[in-house]
Design a protein around this ligand. Sequence first.
Ligand code: ATP
Ligand code: MG
Ligand code: MG
Length: 550
Amino acid sequence: KEVVSKNFIEQIIEKDLAEGKYETICTRFPPEPNGYLHIGHAKSILLNYGLSQEYNGKFNLRFDDTNPTKEKIEFVESIQADVKWLGADWEDRLFFASNYFDQMYEAAIKLIKKGKAFVCDLTAEQIREYRGTLTEPGKNSPYRDRSVEENLDLFERMKNGEFEDGTKVLRAKIDMASPNINMRDPVIYRVAHMTHHNTGDKWCIYPMYDFAHPIEDAIEGVTHSICTLEFEDHRPLYDWVVRELEYQYPPKQIEFAKLYLTNVVTGKRYIKRLVEEGIVDGWDDPRLVSIAALRRRGFTPESIKMFVELCGVSKANSSVDYAMLEYCIREDLKLKRSRVMAILDPVKLIIDNYPEGQIEELEAPNNMENETLGTRKVPFGKELYIEREDFMVEPPKKYKRLYPGNEVRLMNAYFVTCVGYDTDEDGNVTAVHCTYDPASKGGNSPDGRKVKGTIHWVSAQDNVQAEVRLYENIIDEEKGVYNEDGSLNLNPNSLTVLKNCYVEKSLKDAKAYDSFQFVRNGFFCVDAKDSKEGALVFNRIVSLKSSFKL
Ligand code: ATP
Ligand code: MG
Ligand code: MG
């Protein structure tokens, strides 16, 4: 492995280990099961998992399911599938924060007994008013000085369901004059008569995130609790909670910058709208960057890992170009996948001097840059399909492909010379006629004659018909992410469906998620949702050319 300087989180961990603050480390990925994971979460997953591997520690997958309003089992399942697919192995360390509700309740009682928490009857709006502003200190709640006994009694009655939603909360007693608004007696428990996906109707009070999260970390023995930058101002409260609860090995929170990508939609709100309005085909539409969408599009876990490593870990927010993600998948697939022939926009090529009815099986290397992938047989005959753009009646200068009188190489096959073409009554080319040189079999002529162009082809007699879907970014950022009315400025060309494509016979049994290079056209993946035996559908993962350079 090349020598790279350690990122700031690694530096913190190494210092903590060197000072004996912790014996081993434990990290966690703590998704709230309220939606599908996206590329940003992948960064967090691979970062946390990677650190646990690097320092021989532990990695927890913990569902942060303390808010019953938006959470669903469907998401618990999709998140596990996505984390597993990314290769972050939590082994037997799968946890649900909702299993700690008893401990959280006990923790709240401990704070009350220490005089560090009180039951408050102010309404949500009053609490906001009392809280003050960045420039003005807040005011103490009139309920702040309730006795420990009264607080214990009221809190128990909150738990027992004696109060309506919103009529009472439990607040930490910290400092209404703190310059950090999060420290101005934050609410730590609220009444919510709601059914929870895990605990059902057992609870009608639920802890707030800032109180629950440090407790979850402490219970699990998490040492480094890595979150994104917007929680930086919450760290004093995190530290207050672990200190007041007197945990022996207090976990520590570390913040890093979120990953943002250009030209894609990451906001859950927007994706939801695209799904609901039918603009995209579900959460896994290949134009999205949910993990499920990336998988369906044909991205590999390795490519995503390479991407997040290239992005690095920092404290500064920035956006990464989508082209960098494309670079990573190209790099990953380049040597691993077979390079096969597929015609996306077919026109017929007829070899006038090729024997009628004869079919040859020509040998083709699967990947010229990686011999270990072996070879395959490709059927060749009198009638082939070529790409429409590989023939021109009147070619511009420098055009090296087929035009009347020109000779080209049919990849892995023969030299052919164009001798004419057929048109329909509107002048559209319906077939191109060639003659072939039988001596040039394999793609070289014994007389050393050179040709400038090489084109790919698929037998017109023995092939597999397929649908191919081409994608562009769903948002064209150069024209602005949003329209004047606040709606997303969608790229109308983000999806092109080609129904009449021909791929070589070797792809007949291709299965969901199988991917290939279609020579000259890009990398393609069998669509997991719509592809069927006998009716293959391919998604273009990425084209072959890139403007992105490392
Ligand atoms: P949302 O508020 O849309 O649900 P979230 O960040 O709250 O997004 P969680 O399920 O709470 O989603 O996140 C789980 C973990 O993923 C958190 O630790 C969070 O910091 C991290 N995470 C979320 N988005 C990104 C991102 N864009 N880049 C890096 N990490 C992220
Ligand atoms: Mg979330
Ligand atoms: Mg969240």
